[in-house]
Design a protein around this ligand. Structure first.
Ligand code: NDP
Length: 247
């Protein structure tokens, strides 16, 4: 695991938008960022899940979060423009964007891929991430320092049979991060990828239904890497693809 030890106020006064914040790694990242002082904006598909995370954060006495129910599969430019306008009105700028939401689709031979599933995966895992990042850019530019984190995967670095469109989408994520990070260069914005590694969540359980879940890392185990990339400790780190679980 990454060994960064965040100070307890490491994210104080930061506003961080997390996609897929209602479940899995995104849920724990949102709670952890709030624990370290951030005001988190919880974006996700299922409103009820977002409300639960909201309640948990408020009950713990962390800064009050905001909720944005949005299905990124159908989301349009206007959704992201409206979101940017709301964030600008409430917070003025954005310090962090964790692009975490993704779908796995169906595993199987590429020869038999389902075209509509392929398109949905590309929409949620690639196009929507590009769109939200594009429309948040003016707000990220207004922050003293801003961190964008895309979520990659081992199958986004080396192809693996039967991981189909999901693997292709994660290669695209790595490429998007590399391209974008070169363009931001030495500005106030840094852009990196995180590869969570095998982690006990609904997505992992869908991909490997038979494995022993107790042997997997929990989302909580990854958080020092997430905190590192969102905190000022990583200022100057740009264009990296970082493993949250270092062997
Ligand atoms: P989960 O399936 O547990 O959570 C995914 C989250 O994304 C959910 O909150 C889900 O919301 C949200 N989401 C899915 N589709 C949409 C959509 N159309 N619009 C808005 N939100 C959406 O996945 P993980 O926590 O396991 O994965 C998090 C990230 O880590 C993903 O990018 C994944 O690819 C990556 N990853 C995970 C690994 C693992 O072992 N778990 C390994 C490598 C990478 P809802 O619940 O409402 O559907």
């Amino acid at each position: 695991m990454h060994t960064f030890q965040a100070a307890e106020n490491a994210l104080q006064n930061k506003t961080i938008l997390i996609t897929g914040a209602g479940d899995g790694i995104g849920r724990i990242a949102a709670k952890t960022f709030a624990q370290y002082g951030a005001t988190v904006i919880l974006l996700g598909k299922t409103t009820k899940k977002l409300e639960c995370v909201y309640d948990e954060i408020v009950a713990a006495g962390y800064p009050e979060p905001a909720i944005v129910p949005l299905d990124m599969k159908g989301a349009t430019k206007q959704h992201y423009r409206d979101l940017a306008a709301t964030i600008e009105m409430q917070f003025g700028h954005l310090d962090g964007l964790l692009n975490n939401a993704s779908i796995l689709g169906t595993l199987g031979p590429l020869e038999h891929f389902c075209v509509s599933t392929f398109e949905n995966i590309m929409k949620v895992n690639v196009t929507a991430q590009a769109m939200i990042t594009k429309y948040m850019f003016p707000l990220l530019r207004k922050a003293p320092n801003a961190s964008v984190v895309f979520t990659s995967s081992g199958v986004g670095r080396v192809g693996r049979e039967f991981w189909g469109p999901y693997a292709i989408s994660k290669f695209a994520t790595e490429g998007m991060m590399q391209t974008w990070s070169q363009e931001v260069g030495k500005t106030n914005i840094r852009i990196n990828c995180i590869n969570p590694g095998a982690t006990n969540t609904a997505m992992r359980n869908a991909a490997f239904p038979g494995e022993d879940k107790d042997k997997l890392a929990k989302p909580e185990d990854l958080m020092s890497t997430y905190l590192y990339l969102m905190s000022d400790e990583s200022i100057g780190v740009n264009g990296q693809s970082i493993d949250a679980q270092q062997k």
